[in-house]
Ligand binder design. Structure first.
Ligand code: GCU
Length: 611
């Protein structure tokens, strides 16, 4: 690039009016589907930009001129040089990962630019927000050539206020999405799931009054089955209002005065039909302020850990679960829709489940709301997975942010009972400090739910007596212990479980959050032959017999509902970049072990309830 041209760029930069400072990610608006919305989903223009030429010049300096792709600039004359054009660059569907939309993008990690033009007539007295269900991993968002802001984290929602930035006609929204893995990120560079990139969940315009009900919390108080305790948070100029909370069907109404910060706390005694997997009762809850009202469908249940028991609505419950990834049931790629959720959770119900572990990151909101409707208890998790940079304050802040965003989105879902702050993380002082901070954050953000983590006790402490001891120091900070073990697959043979006993000094309930083995659907042989359905079924038989003997076991979520894509699984024919530990194939075909677990769960359901 000639010296002259560089000077030209420099001058031009000076000439351009300084951009308005980037808007920050706005406080999360709860329950957007109950608001006045317009969807921006559909086909978006997209530019695949592996070298980030849309953001950086050849000196890797940020571009601010018309060469920056977010300007969506068109040559003004036949002689003007512009080296990008959204409108002739092909399309990608939103929501959706880019990896399964084009063969050439299956393994792609890097930047992709998305552009969506739209017109929107906003009522003059209202405010307007852009809401993203999730973008993996890093999103920079621009509207009409100006930066709105950024978001990091691939599995939680965020929004930006665009009230005084939107035009009636000719808006262009541009996002740079980058899913390059980074050692200091959450998750970090190594995962056993596909690093699907893109705008993976719905994009929505949300129109609200000047002062609106931004968020609310309406749940039973910890340990109570009749005392509702909650709060309302307003956002806008008129923060002190009278807000009424009404549950007409239960004959309940309560008014609360919000304070100068727009917050109002309330509690009321209620005689409600409690939510449970057997009876997933949801009530219509109205939150009506003087300027805005929101309606939600909320179930009421209490959840506690007492000794080694988990109590749902005051009664001991055994969690008959399955772990699952957020992959679409009958097509490749990320799941995001209600239909996806209904199909995946129906398979879990068919297994006889009353519980699902949504691994290893916050799944989409449709999944949580579907679990509410279908009656499935939920373990939700943040992607603090394997070896994270425990000493890095930026990594901790990122993990805390993802945890808070997850809790903020789902804290009114009755189905959601457990927040998991980590999966299979190596014990160290730095790790313990990191996780203790997250555990504290979860308890303070939501005191009514249980906090857990998937620990990893699978080492025999006494070969002669075949004992596995749960001895992770972080267990003392958790309400419920989760534990992953792979006896019979990564450790020993399936039969070894017959003589293994488990001990724990923590006096807390444990969920066996993972166990299992791989099988290729349709591959048959004797039970000693790896990858056969018979091997997997045999492993389950032995595992379930062992689990029945663990006195403090209050649940399980075998690994995993369905075969899923993983870049770590490279064995031809048997894996082909799929983890094959599913009880269903990636086409939804049931393997033998599916029926082994189904039979076990049916027996548990028909067994007389524990004393
Ligand atoms: C781990 C991990 C999973 C992984 C599984 C496996 O325990 O938590 O993410 O897929 O084992 O190895 O199949």
């Amino acid at each position: 690039m000639t010296k002259l041209f560089r000077c030209l760029i420099f001058v031009l930069c000076l000439l351009l009016p300084p951009g308005r400072s980037a808007a920050q990610v706005a406080p999360l608006i709860a329950n957007i589907n109950a608001r006045q919305t317009a969807s921006l989903d559909g086909q978006w223009q997209a530019i695949v930009d592996p070298y980030d030429v849309g953001a950086l010049d050849y000196r890797a300096q940020p571009l601010k001129n018309n060469h920056a792709f977010y300007k969506n600039y068109k040559p003004q004359s036949e002689s003007e040089l512009v080296e990008y054009d959204f409108d002739t660059s092909g399309q990608l569907h939103v929501p959706g990962d880019w990896n399964t939309q084009r063969e050439s993008l299956l393994f792609y990690e890097g930047s992709v630019w998305y552009k969506r033009s739209f017109d929107y007539t906003k009522s003059p007295k209202n405010r307007l927000f852009l809401h993203f269900g999730a973008c993996n991993y890093f999103a920079a968002v621009y509207l009409n050539g100006e930066e709105l802001g950024e978001h990091e984290g691939g599995f939680t929602p965020f929004d930006f206020e665009i009230t005084d930035r939107v035009k009636t006609n000719g808006n262009f929204l541009v996002l740079r999405i980058n899913n390059t893995r980074g050692i200091d990120q959450v998750p970090t560079v190594n995962t056993d799931w596909w690093n699907y990139g893109g705008i993976t969940r719905p994009v929505t315009l949300v129109e609200v009054p000047q002062t609106f009900v931004q968020d609310y919390y309406v749940q039973l108080e910890k340990g109570s089955t009749h005392q509702i305790k909650g709060w309302v948070q307003l956002n806008g100029p008129q923060l002190q209002q009278t807000v009424r909370i009404r549950i007409a069907e239960a004959g309940l109404a309560k008014t609360v005065q919000t304070d100068s910060k727009g917050r109002g706390e309330f509690s009321l005694t209620a005689d409600l039909t409690l939510w449970s997997p057997e009876n997933p009762k949801l009530y219509t809850v109205e939150i009506a302020g003087e300027t805005d009202q929101v309606i939600d469908h909320i179930g009421f249940r209490s959840i506690e850990a007492r000794g080694t028991e988990i109590l749902l609505d005051g009664k001991p419950v055994f969690l008959r679960g399955i772990s699952m990834h957020e992959e679409a049931p009958t097509r490749p790629g990320r799941a995001w829709s209600e239909d996806d959720a209904r199909t995946l959770l129906s398979w879990a119900k068919e297994l006889g489940c009353n519980f699902v572990r949504l691994a290893h990151y916050p799944h989409n909101e449709a999944m949580l709301r579907m679990a509410d409707q279908m009656g499935l208890l939920v373990w939700a998790e943040v992607p603090v997975y394997w070896t994270i940079q425990w000493e890095n304050p930026r990594t901790l802040h990122n993990a805390e942010n993802q945890l808070n965003e997850m809790i903020a989105r789902d804290h009114n879902r009755a189905a959601l009972i457990i927040y998991s702050v980590a999966n299979e993380t190596p014990i160290s002082d730095a790790r313990n400090r990191f996780l203790r901070q997250l555990i504290q954050d979860a308890h303070s953000a939501d005191p009514t739910r249980l906090v857990s983590a998937a620990l990893q006790a699978d080492q025999l402490v006494d070969r002669n007596r075949m004992i596995i001891r749960v001895n992770d120091p972080i267990a003392s900070d958790l309400d419920v212990l989760g534990n992953n073990e792979y006896v019979g697959w990564y450790v020993g043979r399936p039969e070894d479980t017959d003589s293994i006993d488990w001990v724990s000094e923590f006096g807390k309930p444990m969920i066996m959050s993972e166990f299992g083995g791989d099988a290729l659907f349709g591959y048959h042989g004797d039970a000693r032959t790896r990858w056969t359905e018979e091997y997997q079924a045999n492993l389950y038989e032995h595992q379930l017999a062992m689990l029945k003997r663990i006195s403090f076991l209050q649940g399980m979520s075998p690994w995993v509902l369905k075969d899923f894509r993983s870049p770590r699984r490279v064995l031809p024919h048997f894996q082909d970049y799929f983890n094959r530990k599913g009880l269903l194939s990636d086409h939804g075909e049931k393997k033998k072990a599916f029926f082994v677990l189904q039979k076990f769960y049916r027996e548990l359901q028909n067994a007389p309830p524990p004393k």
